[in-house]
Design a protein around this ligand. Structure first.
Ligand SMILES: C[S@@+](CC[C@H](N)C(=O)[O-])C[C@H]1O[C@@H](n2cnc3c(N)ncnc32)[C@H](O)[C@@H]1O
Length: 223
């Protein structure tokens, strides 16, 4: 993977609280709120002009996204990231690395995935989402029942949702939302099992520091 382009330190801080709230629930929309497109021109994202078949939700600095794209030239992977400066930085990394099948969109996933067709996505990665440990911040967690419904809608029947976290209360929250939805069945994948995927930046940091984490594969329940 290429070297870091420019300083990341100033890009790391969280944006304003409203970024984690769906647009339709905001009374005042600030100019720093990402657009909610109903349709996208995929030729502007991927060299082959096709829509994505893989999503990396909350892609952050994009280490996973770029490694996955390099290892899977047959797939178009789209990262969704709410922090605009980070998106601009990552888009430049992708451009400099010449990855024709990787792209990143400045977007808050709490608005669902209106720009994606039903049954069009093979894999969704939701890796090490922000834990928002304080109770008053739980509402900022991105895996809402609506978002999960959107994941189920856009996944192909054989599609898989991958979730990872190193924050046990967030794992419990994910299980609660998954079970309440009835849309997915899930299995845990032991940390020492190779699940055939590159490591995300946070996963690599957990490994380096010996922080335990859990990984899940979630399958759409057939109706
Ligand atoms: C802890 S980082 C993990 C990054 C990466 N997935 C990894 O495993 O290294 C979580 C990322 O999710 C992004 N994020 C949080 N809420 C989001 C939302 N509603 N929509 C899109 N991205 C979001 C954050 O800005 C942050 O970059």
């Amino acid at each position: 993977m290429g070297e870091r382009k420019g300083s990341l330190r100033r890009l790391r801080h969280h944006g304003s609280a409203c970024l984690y709230i769906p647009l339709h629930r905001l009374k005042v929309v600030l100019p720093n709120y990402p657009p909610v497109p109903q349709q996208l021109e995929w030729g502007e994202f991927f060299a082959n002009g096709l829509p994505p078949d893989v999503l990396d939700v909350g892609c952050g600095e994009g280490g996973f996204l770029r490694r996955f794209a390099a290892e899977h030239p047959e797939s178009n992977i789209l990262g969704l990231e709410v922090r605009k400066a980070l998106v601009e930085w990552l888009a430049e990394c992708i451009r400099q690395e010449g990855l024709p099948n990787a792209a990143v969109l400045w977007y808050s996933v709490v608005n669902g995935l209106p720009f994606l067709a039903d049954g069009s996505i093979e894999r969704i990665f939701y890796l090490f989402p922000d834990p928002w440990p304080k109770k008053r911040h739980h509402k900022r967690r991105a895996l809402t029942p609506f978002v999960l419904q959107e994941f189920a809608r856009v996944l192909r029947p054989e599609g898989v949702l991958y979730i990872a976290t190193d924050f046990p209360p967030l794992d419990a929250y994910h299980r609660e939302v998954l079970e309440a939805s009835g849309l997915f069945r899930y299995e845990y994948v032991q940390e020492d099992v190779d699940w055939g995927l590159p490591q995300s930046d946070r996963e690599a940091a957990c490994r380096r520091r010996g922080i335990p984490y859990v990984r899940m594969r979630c399958y759409v329940v057939k109706t």
